[in-house]
Ligand binder design. Structure first.
Ligand code: ZN
Length: 384
């Protein structure tokens, strides 16, 4: 497997000047990470099982298909906890039995009608239930998962989420320190999801080398940003998070959040009126001015070119085009530890080049006007 393939495996094709859809991969990893390594608290006889306390009809019909009754008597939160707990076992038979109980899986082992919507909601639930998910993890399991992923040739592991408000829990920090220590031994990079200054600084103090996001719950102080730079921690932008999206989901000129729902109401854990957009933009400049190696990342799941445009439009608020070229080029290459191969046009580096149809120094919109795409010296796209 080539170096590029390993990185692609590890972080989903992150490339300089490329479109980075880290959030989608982060969530994928988040579930994969949770599901694959922490398979110890859910078994047929402990707390989230079919036979005792979670299934109000457990005594009478726990092993038969009293699905609708069981799921309707459970709160939404309990259904998601059960779904999560079963998923973490990696035991397909047990997972299907639980999903049947929840009315999400058919007897012929196919997804029931509501499975898709539930699974989608589960992603949002997981982000709001970090405490629950982390409360069933241990440093030993975390270390084992780091070793397992390193064994697969994955170089970039993450993103692990830390509770932003009021801040990371003691369990999270204990697991994080174990993950950081084990990642150094295994020679892999850990990336962290920290969207408040307190979570970000806790991650930096725990020795985390890479931050996937710029915080949006509170102001990052220049002193703290200077500490991040001094620790050599690298960070990605993803600052379009709180900024309304237009024209991607509908041409009705209505502001929307990245999931297509109403802005600002749908912003994840938003504190109101999209203030997250303000925090992110200013905090980005604070990191930059403090000397943090600050690269490019989006936090979107919609059409990549629209995600690029949205992030560039937001960066344009606080950065000059000269800054943005450095941010997307050498800084992002540095974030993925590929400065020897990518990031600048220099003799001996990979000939991965995008020729634009206009001068990017005149405006970010010219960065959307790709005319020729060259990979390894070979023209892949030619729109001249
Ligand atoms: Zn994230």
């Amino acid at each position: 497997m080539t170096k590029n393939q390993k990185i692609a495996l590890g972080c989903g094709g992150l490339g300089c000047l490329g479109l980075i859809v880290l959030v989608v991969i982060g969530i994928g990893f988040y579930f994969y990470f949770q599901r694959s390594s922490f398979a110890y608290n859910v078994n047929r006889s402990s707390n989230y099982n079919l036979n005792t306390n979670r299934n109000s009809n457990s005594t009478s019909s726990s092993n038969t298909n009293s699905t609708s009754v069981a799921s309707t008597s459970m709160s939404d939160d309990d259904q998601h906890k059960l779904f999560q707990a079963a998923s973490m076992t990696q035991d397909t038979e047990l997972m299907h039995r639980v999903w049947k109980k929840l009315g999400l899986w058919n007897e012929d082992d196919t997804p029931a009608e509501g499975y898709g919507a539930f699974a989608k909601d589960h992603i949002l639930w997981a982000f709001k239930s970090v405490d629950f998910i982390q409360s069933v993890n241990t440093p030993e399991k975390a270390r084992a998962e780091v070793r397992r992923q390193a064994g697969l040739g994955i170089k970039f592991i993450g993103e692990m989420a830390l509770t932003p408000k009021p801040g990371p829990t003691a369990t999270q920090m204990e697991n994080l320190r174990a993950i950081v220590d084990e990642s150094k031994k295994a020679g892999v990079w850990i990336q962290i999801h920290a969207v408040s200054p307190q979570a970000m600084m806790a991650a930096v103090d725990a020795g985390v080398p890479k931050l996937v996001h710029t915080p949006h719950f509170g102001w990052l102080s220049f002193e703290d940003a200077t500490r991040v730079a001094a620790a050599g921690v690298k960070q990605l932008s993803t600052i379009g998070f709180g900024v309304p999206v237009f024209g991607v989901f509908a041409n009705d000129n209505k502001p929307r959040f990245r999931d297509g729902k109403a802005w600002p109401e749908s912003i994840l854990d938003g504190d109101g009126r999209g203030q997250e957009a303000g925090y992110k933009a200013v905090n980005a400049r604070t990191s930059w001015d403090a000397g943090v190696i600050y690269g490019y990342g989006t936090d979107t799941g919609y059409e990549p070119r629209a995600g690029l445009e949205h992030e560039l439009k937001t960066l344009n608020l606080m950065f000059s085009m000269q800054d943005i070229i450095k941010l997307m080029g050498p800084n992002t290459a540095s974030y993925i530890e590929m400065s020897n191969d990518l990031g600048t046009l220099e003799k001996g580096k990979l000939a991965d080049i995008v020729l634009l149809g206009g001068n990017p120094l005149e405006g970010y919109w010219n960065m959307l006007n790709a005319k020729v795409v060259i990979k390894g010296g070979v023209i892949m796209v030619d729109k001249r």
